[in-house]
Design a binder for this molecule. Structure first.
Ligand code: NAP
Length: 302
């Protein structure tokens, strides 16, 4: 691909995703609110945009990996500089985890501006992003999905297609994050149980995550929970709380009770209230530890 691609949002995930695009030869123009985060990319050949709209070519492609619904909606507001410049023939590949209805509204607003909108949320950690090894879930109009495909293939190991409804991949992403949060809570509860029974959390989580539950979420979060190592964060608890709120809201719209999601949201909310919002999201398992009266010690980080 020789056309320059705009990339907005160089946080924990965007940084690695943009890097893997640059390394695969995509000419990139990058923008981040805190410009300093663009330095490693500029050092590898990306161009720095001083404003979001400077990253975008009229009729070109822009990828966004921003924090939440509010940020994506504000940057791509109808009549705003970004959407006006993207304009007719443009394509926005929106990779943040946002509400399915936000994605559907954004898709309509892009269409009114002559541009296409594709939702492409991802599974994977910052290290998977940097290695181009994410799982990508994509939905939106078929021609736009086809145009997005080479970029998605460069950032991900596998792309899963969810059809024309722009919100469908967001629903699927929220389903996945709910299951991960449920696994984290289960690991936290058995860690407290094993620890207080004198067996130790480490040996039990090590056994479980190398036998019955031998897959990356259990293994990675199991290690963090056993060691109480929650900083620095790859996925911040405030963002995890956002995703549980999004899942509950979307499930409410579909008239689906999710009692476990309510419990997980309250765990995350309580932990955020205790000042852990910027810790790894598995730190909400300290709630289970605290309930058991063993919440005091946490590894110091780095
Ligand atoms: P992050 O490290 O917190 O980065 C958030 C990005 O959004 C940064 O570029 C940040 O800019 C930007 N941003 C925040 N508020 C802004 C504002 N008001 N105006 C403009 N830019 C703003 O988050 P992340 O972990 O990369 O996650 C990004 C998205 O991917 C989220 O939707 C998250 O739920 C999802 N996700 C994360 C993971 C993960 O493991 N981390 C995995 C899958 C999906 P600054 O650098 O200036 O703050």
């Amino acid at each position: 691909m020789s056309e320059t691609v705009g990339f907005l949002g160089l946080g924990n995930m965007g940084q690695g995703m943009a890097l893997s695009l640059v390394e695969k030869g995509f000419p990139l123009r990058v923008w981040n609110r805190s410009a300093g985060k663009a330095e490693p990319l500029v050092a590898r050949g990306a161009t720095l945009a001083r404003r979001p709209e400077e990253a975008v070519e009229p009729g070109g492609i822009v990828v966004s990996m921003l924090a939440d619904d509010k940020v994506v909606s504000e940057l791509f507001a109808p009549g705003g500089p970004l959407l006006s410049r993207l304009g007719s023939g443009g394509l926005h590949i929106s990779m943040s985890t946002i509400h399915p209805d936000t994605a559907r509204r954004l898709a309509r607003e892009h269409e009114q501006a002559g541009a296409a909108y594709v939702s492409a949320p991802v599974f994977g950690r910052p290290e998977n992003a940097a290695a181009g090894n994410l799982f990508v879930l994509v939905s939106g109009p078929e021609p736009a999905r086809r145009r997005a495909a080479p970029l998605l293939a460069a950032m991900g190991r596998t792309t899963f297609e969810f059809g024309d409804d722009p919100g469908a991949s967001n629903v699927s992403k929220l389903c996945g994050n709910f299951v991960i949060a449920a696994a984290i809570e289960a690991l936290g509860e058995v860690a407290a149980f094993a620890e207080k029974s004198g067996v130790g959390a480490g040996p039990v989580l090590d056994m479980l995550t190398n036998t019955l539950f031998a897959c990356p979420p259990y293994q990675n979060y199991g290690k963090q929970i056993a060691q109480r190592q929650f900083q620095p964060a790859g996925f911040r608890l405030v963002l995890g709380l956002k995703d549980l709120e999004l899942a509950l809201s979307a499930a409410r719209s579909a008239s689906v009770p999710m009692p476990l999601a309510n419990l997980l949201r309250d765990r995350a909310l309580a932990s955020v209230n205790k000042g852990r919002g910027d810790w790894e999201w598995s730190s909400f398992t300290l709630e289970a530890a605290e309930d058991a009266g063993i919440g005091e010690s946490v590894a110091s980080g780095e």
